[in-house]
Design a protein around this ligand. Structure first.
Ligand code: SF4
Length: 290
């Protein structure tokens, strides 16, 4: 199947509502240092097309429940460079629209603005991941993704079209990007109404990449992660009190600017939104069918 129920390794910390997951591509060329897909997708940073994707999506859609939203994507970026030429994400959206599915896009690609016409006619929301406004840090963290400025402008243009927009400030890494006050203010100014955030939870391969990109920070954080922190499933977590402080800081910034806040797989009661993932932003009916 191309569309499956979202199941983040049956994590007890996951508070996501029931939703489907669709990845129009296998792998992701944005190659983020902190990405976890390389732990379960072979050649994870070599993006490629899926054979017979649209045929499979069509088959799946006919069997699935349109009351349950579809998130695109959780293990690849739907607006990475391949999409410019192959338009697989757009083709999936067109199919989902025909069947009245709600859709939440999760991306770092400003190419999403190309599909604003379609998204404005759907029960759709866009969550853009922006981890920092510092271009120097961003290029080390997310080497091939569009710059934070391009992502902000994309969110702004979507918001201007009436499309609900959220931001994932995810992951937060101590000392690297843990001061989000200016970012949150900018988000509020352009019409973002919800933020989802979470701390960096490395796996062995993402830790290796992180250590190479930020050797001094990695040396400082090593003890916190691997001696004082805990291992949950295949990921390493910072100690609970450190994670709480980091998340509280993001929430305080959101409170200050009237943006709802939720954590992702942290286990804290800090959420101020009806959903952790932003799916509460989806309209209850299709535009024009109210
Ligand atoms: S955009 Fe997402 S899926 Fe792609 S490399 Fe970055 S974290 Fe991984």
């Amino acid at each position: 199947m191309a569309i499956t129920l979202f199941d983040p390794w049956r994590s007890k910390l996951c508070t996501c509502p029931r939703k489907y997951s669709l990845n129009p591509y296998t792998g992701c060329s944005y190659s983020c240092v902190y990405c976890y897909i390389t732990s379960y997708i072979p050649r994870g940073f070599e993006a490629r097309l899926k054979k017979n994707l649209l045929k499979q999506v069509k088959r799946d859609i006919a069997k699935l429940d349109p009351r349950i939203p579809v998130t695109i994507s959780n293990s690849s970026d739907p607006y990475q460079p391949l999409e410019r030429d192959y338009r697989q994400t757009r083709a999936c959206l067109e199919l989902l629209k025909d069947f009245n599915f709600g859709v939440e896009i999760i991306t770092k690609g400003d190419l999403v603005v190309r599909d604003a016409d379609l998204l404005a006619e759907m029960r759709a929301a866009v969550a853009m991941t922006i981890t920092t406004l510092d271009e120097g840090i961003a290029v080390k963290l997310e080497p091939f993704a569009p710059s934070p400025e391009r992502r902000l402008r994309a969110l702004q243009r979507l918001a201007e079209r009436g499309i609900p927009v959220a931001c994932r400030i995810d992951p937060i890494i101590p000392e690297i990007n843990d001061d989000v006050s200016v970012l949150v203010k900018e988000l509020a100014d352009i019409g973002v109404t919800h933020v989802t955030s979470s701390t960096f939870k490395p796996r062995p391969d993402s830790w290796r990449r992180f250590s190479k990109a930020f050797p001094e920070s990695a040396a400082k954080l090593k003890e916190l992660y691997f001696e004082k922190g805990e291992r949950i499933q295949n990921s390493y977590y910072l100690p609970g009190e450190v994670r709480f402080k980091l998340m509280k800081r993001v929430r305080d910034a959101c409170d200050k600017h009237g943006i709802t806040f939720a954590t992702c797989r942290e286990g804290f009661r800090l959420n101020t939104a009806r959903s952790c993932d932003g799916t509460h932003l989806l309209r209850s009916s299709y535009p024009g069918n109210a």
